[in-house]
Design a protein around this ligand. Sequence first.
Ligand code: ADP
Ligand code: MG
Length: 240
Amino acid sequence: MVKAQNVQKNFGKLKVLKGINLEVKQGEVVVIIGPSGSGKSTFLRCINHLESIDDGLVMFENKTVSVKGKELCQLRSQIGMVFQRFNLFPHMTVLQNVMEGPITVLGKSKHEARDLAEELLAKVGLADKAENFPSQLSGGQQQRVAIARALAMKPKLMLFDEPTSALDPELVGEVLSVIRNLAAEGMTMIIVTHEMGFAREVADRVIFMDEGKIVEMGVPEQIFTNPRHPRTREFLSSIL
Ligand code: ADP
Ligand code: MG
């Protein structure tokens, strides 16, 4: 579904991605871990072409993501993204937030969009918050709305960039549980997280990035219990 070949990205003189190679198959859950500044967010943003790349290739379903205009819109509608900050539309109700994409981008009728939004809000456990505004919700609830909003576009791939990092500790679990359910349903996902227990449980593969490179990649069991690279070991012992 996703293929990154020798992806390189610079911000001015700063080399942020130094040749990333990764393939993600349909239904796979890949978790990316690594220190701050190692290029994790930048790499995720290259996948849906929120960042252009300087060398290499990113493919989504065997087509380059370096496209423009209508094609780019179409690509982005197939790739859902959830960020650390929830960035919901503050002037819209929860229900309207989830209905917006299907109506404006997919051209669904209001009626269809409402049915879908209600179904998705129920799925993330927020059916009773449909008429509230984002400011009336906790961070965990807002993040669950953000996930419902992304799912409303019926994406083939979901990208999560530290979806629980901005949350109070007691709100992390409810968001992880929604993502865990998506994994169980077979959603293809690439997740950047510092929640190692969650990574271990949900990932098919774990990638350790450092200084713009993939240092080590393996099944969770191997990465967490028997990391091969000294930098992986050092990182894991610093956070566990
Ligand atoms: P991570 O998500 O692993 O913490 P990022 O991908 O956010 O890392 O950032 C990698 C490096 O790129 C950092 O040094 C960061 O300061 C730099 N960087 C990220 N975005 C930009 C940008 N838009 N302009 C300049 N530098 C950036
Ligand atoms: Mg980041």
